[in-house]
Design a protein around this ligand. Structure first.
Ligand SMILES: Cc1ncc(COP(=O)(O)O)c(C=O)c1O
Length: 302
């Protein structure tokens, strides 16, 4: 697999990248991360992703071991070394690191472990699959309560999602949608949810990661003159929607055509979904909210 990782201050092929077994990122899931896409030479919404990553770090009291300008340069170098500037995916991770010693388990003394890697662009659903529409199941397992883990912190504590996905397979769906502990629609593994009813867009407000693609959809909806509402939403509203789609850095705007075994609308990806999706990719091709990878790699040489 083409891909480059940056671990312990060194770039290497992604297959060679390893994590120490005693790192609390592994043993406790004590880590935050963020994922950015790269398209036609540009990082998408780089500063928005880095602001979210820094907010995740602050929330978990993790200190980034380098200034943000240096972080940008490392990300850019990872992308350039992998040669994925045209269609890439880059993930940065900061873990708590290891205990100072077996006898000293003070979390405040751990020295944090930063790593990142780049890959060819990752599609949660392939473009062909998106043309057909995804099958989604509203699953039994609920999303972790916000009071237990703030979902706006992008983190790896995702056993709720993993279980949800396994349950979706039981329902002959390949995408899962979890509910909040009190039974409203939330999100699934790696994506936010939208549905369309009577030309209005709806998306869950609580118990979700504030997705950057979700924010981009709100921007595109405004450009298209469509109203977009973030609220507590009932499962029945999704089942009775005209259209639905999932949003993610890894795949963009992904039409849903089946919910809980029943087709939405006429069973084809929705018309407004198609318009939003087309506009998203047209704008991405044209460098929308982009930061050229080359400008950051060059910054090192200058
Ligand atoms: C739980 C969850 N919700 C939503 C998203 C979508 O966020 P974004 O659009 O920033 O990729 C992700 C992305 O990984 C996620 O893990």
């Amino acid at each position: 697999m083409a891909g480059i990782a940056y671990v312990e201050g060194r770039f290497m092929p992604v297959e060679e990248a390893r994590m120490p077994i005693l790192d609390l990122g592994f043993l406790r899931g004590d880590a935050v991360y963020d994922t950015i896409s790269v398209w036609k030479g540009n990082f998408f919404r780089l500063d928005d992703h880095l602001a979210r990553f820094q907010a995740s770090c602050r929330s978990m009291r993790l200190l980034l071991p380098m200034p943000v300008e240096e972080l940008k340069r490392i990300l850019a170098e990872c992308v350039a070394r992998a040669g994925v500037e045209q269609a890439g995916y880059v993930q940065m991770i900061l873990t708590r690191g290891k205990f100072v010693s077996p006898a000293n388990r003070d979390l405040r003394l751990c020295s944090h472990n930063f790593m990142c890697y780049s890959l060819p662009y990752v599609w949660i659903a392939s473009p062909e699959r998106q043309e057909q529409g995804l099958h989604l199941a509203i699953v039994e397992n609920r999303r972790t309560p916000t009071e237990a883990m703030d979902p706006t912190v992008k983190n790896f504590n995702s056993m709720d999602m993993q279980r949800g996905l396994l349950q979706a397979y039981d329902h002959e769906a390949d995408y899962a949608l979890l509910l909040t502990p009190d039974g409203y629609l939330s999100e699934g593994p790696g994506y936010n949810l939208f549905f369309v009813k009577d030309r209005m867009l709806h998306s869950p407000k609580r118990n979700v990661l504030e997705g950057i693609t979700r924010r981009s959809v709100a921007d595109l909806a405004a450009e298209l003159g469509l109203e977009c509402r973030f609220a507590d939403l009932e499962p029945a509203q999704l089942r009775g929607a005209d259209e639905a789609f999932l949003t993610s850095t890894a795949g963009g705007i992904m039409p849903v055509t089946v919910v809980d075994g029943r087709t939405l609308g006429n069973g084809a990806p929705g018309i407004l979904t198609g318009q939003i999706r087309a506009r998203y990719w047209q704008k991405r091709e044209a460098g929308w909210l982009g930061t050229p990878v080359a400008s950051l790699v060059a910054a090192k040489v200058a």
